[in-house]
Design a protein around this ligand. Structure first.
Ligand SMILES: [Cu+2]
Length: 268
């Protein structure tokens, strides 16, 4: 338990999978360390005073009244700590909220105006749809308004993404509130029926799978509503997306054939 690797991310947010996750983690640590210094100072003064002025040695308590310099000192000191925390937070926030440019390139990259967008506009959009009790992912810029007509590839539970590419997630829910959360890829974002929420991540290297879990109690099978993000190379992603498209077309054709057979039999 005490080994550094086992303790990594134990009391602090997980990181390493995406720049926003790293920024969240470092902001959390800065605040945690400042808070730890304050905690040790306050508790230390308390314990010191309890022993120094214990009743056994001081039968009659010393009557002290007011100390202007001390009072101004701890008021200004506390205010200063809050100002520092506020400034550090606001300096860090943009790198958590705003998606950066993709470092890799590929034909799947696209631009659009109605989502958070990297400065150069190039990104991969994935629509994330929460439903009791599985995540569905639709890949491509049209996923929010034209997924069926554009016959976009989709998958369930496991998302496949290219490394080095800024992935923008458009998150929706079809039933109750769910929450998209892959700890190593940044903060959690609620999937709220009737709304679209957004987040992003940019995974640095291929060959990694990041596990996650729906983070809102959404019903009796909530615990089984897991998610995985599999990072591959841009070339592997293009190949995967087209093979996924083919498989979906094939499966749809089979259903159409079956429907024809059942209809001609009079069984449908
Ligand atoms: Cu859920």
């Amino acid at each position: 338990m005490l080994a550094p690797s086992a303790m990594a991310g134990f009391i602090t947010p997980e990181s390493g999978g995406s720049p926003n996750a790293d920024q969240i983690d470092s902001l959390y640590k800065i605040i945690l360390y400042i808070a730890a210094v304050v905690f040790v100072g306050v508790e230390g003064a308390l314990i010191y005073s309890v022993f120094k002025f214990r009743a056994k040695r001081n039968k009659v308590a010393a009557q002290i009244h007011g100390n202007t310099r001390l009072e101004i000192g701890w008021t200004v000191g506390a205010a200063l700590i809050l100002v520092i925390l506020t400034v550090v937070t606001f300096v860090k926030l943009p790198s958590i909220i705003n998606p950066p440019n993709s470092t890799a390139s590929g034909s799947f990259l696209s631009a659009s105006l109605n989502q958070p967008t990297p400065p150069n506009g190039k990104k991969l959009t994935v629509c994330v749809q929460g439903r009791q009790y599985i995540w569905r992912y639709t890949y491509g810029n049209q996923c929010l308004n034209d997924a069926f007509a554009s016959k976009l590839p989709y998958s369930y539970q496991q998302m496949v993404v290219p490394a080095g590419v800024t992935v923008i997630l458009d998150i929706q829910s079809t039933d109750v509130i769910h929450s998209w959360w892959i700890p190593k890829l940044g903060g959690k974002v609620d999937a709220v029926p009737g709304y679209t929420t957004y987040t992003w991540f940019k995974a640095p290297k291929p060959g990694v799978i990041y596990p996650g879990q729906c983070a809102q109690l959404c019903g009796r099978q909530h615990a089984y509503m897991t998610a995985r993000v599999k990072v591959v190379t841009p070339a592997q992603y293009t190949q995967w997306a087209s093979s996924q498209e083919n498989q979906i077309v094939k499966a749809n054709d089979q259903v159409t054939q079956l429907r024809q057979i059942l209809t001609s039999n009079g069984n449908l």
